[in-house]
Design a protein around this ligand. Structure first.
Ligand SMILES: C[S@@+](CC[C@H](N)C(=O)[O-])C[C@H]1O[C@@H](n2cnc3c(N)ncnc32)[C@H](O)[C@@H]1O
Length: 749
């Protein structure tokens, strides 16, 4: 019998290791009915089931093992702890705590069991015994980093930041190589002492430079730092940060800008650049000087990965592009070293130009020269590989090459295929846009579009889909129900109960960043994403494929017409869309009718107070009668950049969106824009029968600021308070009012 039972157990463990849960379970059934009476074997099998994620079976095995251990002793402490942990995973917290109690009685020095019981108490919302346990576990196992971090987290959660900081400081010596402690210390310090936080995040990145969490935490401190100390030392840090796909580039704007402007070769030209921006006069420099000023690895990397939010740097890029074009089309022979040098600049500039949608200023000479380059390629592009490559590169700094038949032919040419950076450029600028164009006809039309405003809005986003995003910051995997509870204090202890695969509508999905983030974060969700614009949806579909997200169905529809849809949704997200409709409240009503009675809705609306810079700009545009074609947008930007410092419209030059075409159009040239106030939101909620559940704020600091200002509003749902808070902090909703609502419960009864 022993042989047989050992064989069954061995096979089950093997199956678990290979994640063949069904096969493993079959073996476990035979084991459980074998009559074998040695508890240890069941315990071993239980551990492998648990590690493979088969918690249910692990519990059966642990229970069996416990039943075969009538007189447990110190050695069995881990068995009871394992059973308790499995119950805790299943959220059966009472049983979990009971088993932890036994485990700790059997071995009072079992720091793991004490730590885990603390976490179970925490899950129950019982902070006091949780804290007791974590302190005990930490004193028993001071070197255990997990216990230390749990304790620190709980202290922070209990608003005992100083105690947490002291704890981490005391323990740094025991964990000199650990980067997580530094990140936690940075997190605590960032509110009141950004410079101290910066030092800890930086240390964390030095200790573990590949850790994306550390890099992300580090990147987030830069907007809070008035000035980075020792900017000259920041080159390597910036290269590291810019090479990570986990980072949102907008956090790095200021530091990259500060870094580039402080390079001596660039700084030398700053006064002349500023004068040129302010007077719209050309800057006279030769190509050699410009190359020196732009010769920095950080800048080249930044061009590929982010938008440069700086008029003077933009001006220098413009100059480089113009002088290089002149050199290339002049017909003069360019020596090999110069060709190679130009290429190192032109590849990133071509990518930058593509992602900013060719927003840089272009003069008549350039337009003519670009015309002659197009003729050259149409005529078959004769020349050396260097000549052809440089001509193609400079052309792709000016025009969308995929629109020309020759670009497709060039993609197959050996000289392009054999140069990896050229192949990448062709993929981004030719192959991908063509994939998008080809997918237009595959998009399902869910409703017609009849409303005149919707048609105008559609036209804008067909020409300039927005936002044109590259990378998504990584999201953890979660569920809507869990996330809602963690974001909204009003739901504490009242987790919504959605079906296993909740139906989700993303109304106005744009280019897909929103539905793809949701699809990744909530893999169980069944998402319908709709938009007016085929160009936007095509972009979204291409990105969904690239990121391998499968739980989204895309379709073209006008929210106004969605009433006819024979489907209901547990979650509806509509961010940055309703304010572009003819009658936002009417659109909102359509969405309310699509929401399940126990569903939740996330809305994003422009704020009147938050968009004062935009309001000033829109007035400027109207006064100067600018249209929204690219030349007019370029001219308007030029004038805005040249305004006096104190002009309210000038503030727009600090917005990221000012630096790419589609975003700039979306920001200040939109064909339809409503702006809301808290009062207007309140009356809409009242009218629609909706209950306000809370804002999601971009900047965490506003949460604590609000809590300090209105300590009695523990759920942060008092909209009268929020109206006062916004008056006092006009930047709080600068991006948008983003909030959750649901149908009023009393109206449903
Ligand atoms: C500023 S974008 C926001 C996209 C997306 N929600 C996001 O946050 O990334 C606005 C989008 O709303 C879409 N939109 C505007 N009015 C709409 C309507 N009536 N029905 C459907 N989509 C609409 C536009 O086509 C555009 O793609």
């Amino acid at each position: 019998m022993q042989q047989k039972v050992l064989k069954i157990t061995g096979t089950a463990i093997k199956h678990y290791k290979n994640k063949r849960i069904k096969d493993a379970r079959k073996q476990i059934s035979s084991l459980l009915s074998s009559g074998w009476t040695d508890g240890y074997l069941y315990f071993q099998a239980g551990i492998s089931a648990f590690n493979a994620g088969d918690v249910e079976t692990s519990i059966r095995l642990y229970e069996k093992s416990i039943s075969l251990t009538p007189k447990p002793d110190k050695q069995n402490s881990t068995l009871f702890m394992a059973a308790a942990s499995a119950y805790s995973v299943q959220d059966d917290l009472e049983k979990a705590i009971r088993f932890f109690d036994t485990s700790i009685e059997l071995d009072p020095g079992n720091a793991n069991a004490i730590n885990n019981r603390g976490l179970a108490y925490l899950k129950q919302g019982n902070n006091a015994p949780a804290l007791d346990d974590l302190w005990k576990a930490q004193s028993l196992a001071p070197k255990d980093i997990g216990v230390l971090l749990n304790l620190g987290d709980l202290l922070v959660r209990d608003k005992k930041q100083d105690e947490a900081l002291e704890l981490f400081k005391r323990n740094l010596i025991l964990h000199p190589e650990n980067s997580e402690i530094h990140v936690k210390m940075g997190d605590i310090l960032k509110k009141d002492s950004a410079e101290e936080a910066f030092k800890h995040y930086r240390k964390a990145v030095y200790l573990d430079p590949k850790n994306e969490t550390n890099l992300r935490a580090y990147s987030r401190i830069f907007p809070n730092l008035p000035k980075v100390p020792n900017i000259d030392d920041m080159g390597n840090d910036l290269l590291l940060l810019l090479s990570s796909k986990a980072i949102q580039w907008n956090y790095l704007n200021r530091i990259v800008r500060q870094y580039i402007r402080s390079r001596p070769a660039f700084r030398k030209h700053l006064p002349a650049l500023t004068y040129s921006v302010q007077t719209n006069q050309d800057l006279q420099l030769d190509l050699g000087e410009v190359i020196k000023a732009l010769s920095d690895k950080v800048l080249l990397m930044a061009l590929k990965n982010m938008r440069i939010v700086d008029p003077e740097i933009e001006k220098m890029l413009e100059l480089f592009r113009r002088l290089t074009l002149a050199a290339i089309v002049s017909g003069a022979k360019l020596e090999k070293p110069l060709c190679d040098l130009l290429r190192t600049f032109l590849v990133p500039l071509a990518q930058y130009s593509f992602f900013t949608e060719f927003l840089l200023q272009e003069n008549e000479f350039e337009s003519r020269a670009v015309g002659s380059l197009i003729e050259y390629f149409e005529a078959g592009a004769k020349g050396t590989p260097d000549e052809i490559t440089l001509r193609y590169l400079i052309l792709s700094c000016y025009r969308q090459c995929h629109k020309h038949a020759f670009a497709k032919e060039l993609t197959g040419k050996q000289i392009f295929k054999s140069q990896p950076e050229m192949a990448e450029l062709i993929r981004i600028q030719v192959t991908e846009p063509n994939i998008e164009l080809a997918s237009h006809e595959k998009i399902k039309q869910i409703t017609t579009i009849n409303d005149a405003i919707s048609l105008n809005v559609r036209e804008q986003y067909e020409e300039n889909p927005y936002p044109r995003w590259q990378n998504l910051p990584p999201t953890g995997i979660s569920s809507y129900a869990m996330d809602l509870v963690s974001k909204l204090p009003i739901l504490k202890g009242k987790q919504p109960s959605f079906p296993k695969t909740p139906n989700v509508l993303i109304a106005g999905c744009g280019t897909g960043r929103q539905p793809i983030s949701s699809a990744k974060a909530y893999p169980e969700a069944n998402i319908l994403a709709i938009d007016l614009s085929l160009a936007s949806i095509s972009y979204a579909m291409r990105k969904a494929k690239e990121i391998n997200v499968k739980n989204i169905e895309f379709g073209q529809a006008d929210i106004m017409e969605l009433g006819a849809l024979d489907r209901r949704f547990h979650i509806i997200e509509c961010a940055g869309v309703l304010h572009h409709m003819n009658d936002p409240e009417a659109g909102w009503k359509v969405l309310c009718n699509l929401l399940e009675d126990d569903g939740y809705m996330n809305i994003g609306l422009y704020s009147e107070l938050g968009r004062q810079d935009v309001v000033a700009c829109r007035e400027f545009i109207q006064k100067n009668d600018f249209g929204d074609k690219i030349d007019e947008i370029r001219n308007c930007r030029k004038m805005l950049m040249a305004l006096e410092k104190q002009d309210p419209a000038k503030r727009i030059i600090n917005h990221n969106d000012f630096y790419t075409l589609s975003a700039c159009r979306d920001l200040i040239f939109h064909v339809q824009e409503h702006r809301f106030t808290v009062q207007r939101i309140m009356s809409a909620l009242d009218h629609l029968g909706l209950e306000f559940l809370g804002f999601n704020l971009d900047a965490e600091m506003y949460v604590s600021k609000y809590e300090d200002r209105f300590p009695d509003d523990t759920t942060r749902t008092n909209l009268d308070n929020w109206a006062i808070f916004e008056e006092e902090n006009p930047g709080v909703f600068a991006t948008m009012y983003k909030f959750w609502v649901r149908k009023k419960r009393d109206l449903l009864a």
